[in-house]
Design a protein around this ligand. Structure first.
Ligand SMILES: O=c1ccn([C@@H]2O[C@H](COP(=O)(O)OP(=O)(O)O[C@H]3OC[C@@H](O)[C@H](O)[C@H]3O)[C@@H](O)[C@H]2O)c(=O)[nH]1
Length: 516
């Protein structure tokens, strides 16, 4: 450096011609020697050491910047092969947190001050009833959670309390399309899980989309298994007690293969006269639904009209009448049952053939806050009906049995299964068994002793009884349910009360009463 400066000043002096008799520059000192002199001058090494000590102390006591969020990494580079996904990054828009490369743990090294590396967890269907409760527990545990949901049955409201948390991310995406995310674990919950799923206002038609469940279960599961393989994640499939069909063994043990009608009841041969649709002046959604029915007569879609259909719209009512007649809520479960059975097969194939770490949970009837109010399942139906002062609709003779588990018990079981060493399948359900009439009585005790019971025809292929044998889960996972039906039901009533009555406001804020 010194010699360079001297050389430059020499050249500039020579070119300007000011001094032709410059003193001869001293011979250059060796570089190492001058560095040593520089360092030793004025006790610089001492100050250097003090500086290092201060910095070490500072970074040791600095609280980690919630290092868990460093886990969140979405690989976009290969997105050319992937469909575009609408990503909803609430944390960047709503809060103090800014997403910068600083937060990305690219090298995989644990930053200074981060004591334990937390998990990066994907929850498909995480905006739904069970999914959102699972997300709550994972967030509580300190993990980084990515939710993927198409909001078909899930609701953003279920996750609103996590928006703005840097460890949380929500992506609108349908799992029937591939997606690439770097995660450690995948809880695969995404699938419509109830006979009735789609509520449409203002005419309030209810459309069953169960036929979509098959695609979601098969293609969606395949995609998520592919993701697990690619990023080396552990994969948990939420299967169902429906894999046992209408069981011939009671209670059901995991080794039982089930009794499922693979084709369900079909509606082949029934066609909707096109003229009815053409002449209908009604709503375009209803019309397109009708066209879909004509195209897919086996899709088992059904529509029921609520009291809010305008009574003077005769064509409209006629159309609904034809649709209801054409597709009564019958025999639609094979697509769901068989879809989940295929998903289990796929999971085991990926495990045996490709070494993917797989876990399989067979979930029995579950209830709790955040269930869809009008999803048609028995607990949500009875609770909403009792609150609205409507009769409780018992299908068939009401002697069929089910076992109802409270959602927190299920979530605990899922997490234990994921963290454990056993592939499964594991029954996760409450072995307490109730007939539907007994359930109706518990609902009466809890909400309204004067609630009436009304008998309705039952659906085809409805399982006559169902009760899990949970010996395996008890022994291998140390898990069993702790919340009884009588304890759990009141916990969901408050949530339903708020949502049922807030639903019933019209656009000007006036309350609409359903009961006469
Ligand atoms: O209003 C109603 C609704 C339903 N029911 C009866 O209640 C019983 C339970 O029906 P649900 O629709 O709640 O639930 P199902 O047992 O048929 O399937 C359920 O259990 C397993 C889960 O994996 C599935 O996602 C879920 O649909 C059935 O016998 C049904 O006929 C009534 O008596 N009245």
């Amino acid at each position: 450096m010194n010699s360079e400066l001297v050389r430059r000043s020499l050249i500039s002096a020579q070119t300007s011609g000011h001094n032709n008799h410059l003193p001869v520059p001293e011979p250059e000192k060796p570089l190492q020697k001058s560095l040593l002199v520089y360092l030793l001058r004025e006790q610089r090494p001492l100050f250097l050491l003090i500086g290092i000590a201060i910095a070490t102390l500072f970074f040791s006591f600095l609280p980690p910047r919630d290092g868990r969020h460093v886990a969140l990494r979405v690989i976009q580079s290969e997105s050319t092969t992937l469909p575009s996904t609408q990503r909803v990054l609430y944390e960047t828009t709503t809060h103090h947190y800014q997403y910068t490369p600083w937060h990305v743990n690219v090298g995989g090294k644990v930053p200074l001050g981060l004591k334990k590396k937390s998990q990066r967890i994907l929850v498909t269907g995480g905006a739904g009833f069970v999914g959102s409760h699972l997300v709550d527990r994972l967030m509580e545990r300190g993990d980084s959670v990515i939710v993927v949901d198409n909001f078909f049955t899930g609701r953003k409201d279920n996750l609103g309390h996590h928006f703005g948390n840097p460890r949380f991310e929500l992506i609108r995406h349908d799992v029937v399309e591939p997606i690439l995310l770097e995660v450690d674990q995948i809880y695969h919950l995404a699938c419509p899980a109830s006979p009735v799923h789609y509520k449409y206002n203002p005419v309030k038609t209810i459309i069953s989309f169960l036929f979509m469940a098959h695609k979601t279960n098969v293609v969606g599961t395949l995609n998520m298994l592919g993701l697990a393989k690619r990023v080396g994640a552990r994969f948990l499939l939420t299967s169902t007690s429906e894999v046992y069909g209408d069981p011939l063994q009671h209670p059901q043990v995991e080794t039982y293969w089930g009794n499922v009608n693979p084709i369900g009841a079909d509606v082949l041969g029934l066609t909707l006269p096109l003229s009815v649709i053409e002449s209908c002046q009604g709503d375009s959604l209803l019309k397109s639904t009708a066209y879909m029915l004509v195209d897919n007569p086996t899709s088992c879609m059904c529509i029921t009209a609520s009291k809010k259909v305008k009574k003077n719209d005769i064509e409209y009512c006629a159309l609904i009448g034809v649709l209801v007649h054409m597709c009564p809520m019958a025999g639609v479960r094979s697509c769901y049952d068989e879809g989940k059975r295929t998903a289990e097969t796929l999971a085991m194939d990926y495990h045996r053939g490709l070494g993917i770490e797989v876990r399989i949970a067979r979930i029995f009837n579950t209830y709790g806050p955040r269930m869809c109010i009008d999803d048609g399942r028995v607990v949500s139906n009875f609770v909403a009906q009792a609150l609205r002062k409507e009769p409780l609709t018992v299908y068939g003779d009401g002697k069929q049995t089910r076992s109802f588990q409270y959602v927190s018990d299920l979530v605990e079981g899922l997490m234990r299964l994921m963290e454990g060493d056993h592939v499964g399948p594991f029954n996760l359900g409450n072995p307490g068994e109730f007939t539907m009439l007994e359930l109706a009585q518990v609902v009466q005790e809890t909400i309204d002793p004067n609630a009436k019971i009304e008998f309705r025809p039952n659906t085809e292929d409805d399982p006559h009884k169902r009760k899990p044998d949970i010996t395996k889960a008890k022994e291998l996972l140390g898990w069993e349910p702790t919340v009884s039906l009588r304890k759990g039901l009141p916990l969901m009533v408050e949530d339903f009360r708020q949502r049922v009555f807030s639903d019933q406001k019209d656009s000007s804020g006036n309350t609409i009463r359903y009961s006469e």
